[in-house]
Design a protein around this ligand. Structure first.
Ligand SMILES: *Cc1c(COP(=O)(O)O)cnc(C)c1O
Length: 374
């Protein structure tokens, strides 16, 4: 057989692609170190676990997995439409909201077209843009001493828009910074943006945000038909392992996304669990309360140690270690605590820690103290 360089035959977008780096799984760390009871505060998962109602529904649904899922996801789409006061035709289900981000890129981007997003924005935006050979138009973030540091700067994002721009990605709040945008700031941006440019409003952490000026942009679709609002069941709903997300948009945009997706992109168990979790208001309220407390605990603990953090409205805090973070990250792993380095987000001195239970947050600080004292 002749030796063929298959990598050189891959399409250019894929050749340049660096794969997404997920948080380290607990099982991997425990196996590598021969330890038990490691704590993962690395992927912004819900420390309370899934909705108990979702678990019951899942158990009952297991016996039905020999049947293809409902390819239209009709029961879940109807429930989500009712939740947001839109029609089911405006809901698109995804295998995680990650899939929606990818679908949007496949439907509207190609070589020669650009997508604007912010420096330090969610890592999936550059991936989906590059994968289809389009151009990333990265706007500088707000300054380190701004009221919200390292945040989306909407004026800078608007300034990046040119004749090639077809898409804007906005994470509100953003991961890994936890920074957020007000209704007023977003309205001003949307009014100034040429209406042929689509805006993906990624609201993965919306259910955690308590600020009164934080908008629910699923209610803005009539005023701004270029909006695609994405939400997920991976965060507050505690269903990250099932992969379920969705978008709310005009039915015309949803119809285009629907053309690009796989016929059965969302599996049966995810649909059943999502439907149950959506109605589990007690679980959502408990998760919000735990997060409110946990954010405070983490913020106070970091302050007490003289560590500067980026103020966050999500379920995580990103903090400045004021030293090379990789050795600290590795040493925390040896203590059985998994956090997330964010150098790949252009935040080389920082680590991100997800809000855990009170005990898990304590465990994080105990480990951090040991590591920093060493
Ligand atoms: C976690 C996250 C998502 C959700 O990803 P899923 O694919 O739904 O699990 C989307 N956007 C941001 C900013 C996130 O942090």
């Amino acid at each position: 057989m002749p030796r063929i360089d298959y990598a050189s035959l891959a399409v250019p977008g894929i050749q340049r692609l660096q794969p997404y780096q997920p948080g380290k799984p607990v099982a991997d760390l425990e196996r590598e170190l021969g330890i038990r009871e490691a704590v993962k505060l690395a992927s912004n998962e819900n420390p309370l676990g899934p909705s108990p109602r979702a678990v019951v529904a899942l158990q009952a649904a297991c016996v039905g997995v020999h049947i293809y899922p409902d390819g239209g996801g009709n029961a879940l789409r109807a429930a989500l439409a009712a939740r947001h006061g839109v029609t089911p035709a405006q809901i698109t289900l995804g295998n995680g909201s990650n899939e929606i981000l990818e679908l949007v890129a496949r439907v509207w981007l190609q070589p020669g077209r650009g997508a604007v997003f912010s420096q330090h924005a969610f890592a999936v935006y550059p991936l989906v843009v590059q994968a289809v050979g389009a151009t990333a138009q990265v706007a500088p973030a707000t300054a380190a001493d701004a009221p919200q540091p390292y945040a989306h700067d909407l004026a800078a994002m608007l300034a990046m828009v040119d004749a090639t721009t077809q898409l804007v990605f906005i994470a509100n709040p953003n991961n890994p910074t936890g920074t957020w945008l007000t209704a007023e700031a977003l309205t001003e941006f949307l009014q100034a943006l040429p209406p042929h440019i689509l805006v993906v409003m990624d609201e993965a952490y919306a259910e955690y945000v308590e600020a009164t000026e934080y908008p629910d942009t699923t209610q803005w679709l009539e005023a701004y038909p270029n909006l695609i609002v994405t939400r997920t069941f991976s965060k507050i709903y505690g269903l990250a392992g099932l992969r379920l997300g969705y978008s709310v948009s005009s039915s015309a945009l949803a119809e285009l996304l629907n053309r690009a997706r796989q016929p059965f992109n969302v599996n049966h168990l995810a649909q059943v669990a999502g439907l149950a979790a959506l109605e589990d208001h007690a679980h959502i309220a408990a998760s919000q309360a735990m997060n409110r407390q946990g954010l405070l605990q983490l913020a106070e603990g970091l302050e007490a140690r003289g560590l500067r953090y980026i103020p966050s409205v999500g379920n995580f805090l990103t903090f400045d270690l004021a030293q090379e973070p990789e050795p600290v990250y590795q040493a925390l792993l040896r203590q059985g605590v998994i956090v997330r380095p964010v150098a790949n987000y252009g935040l080389p001195g920082f680590l991100r820690v997800s809000v855990g239970t009170t005990q898990e947050n304590d465990r994080f600080f105990q480990a951090l103290d040991q590591v920093l004292a060493a």
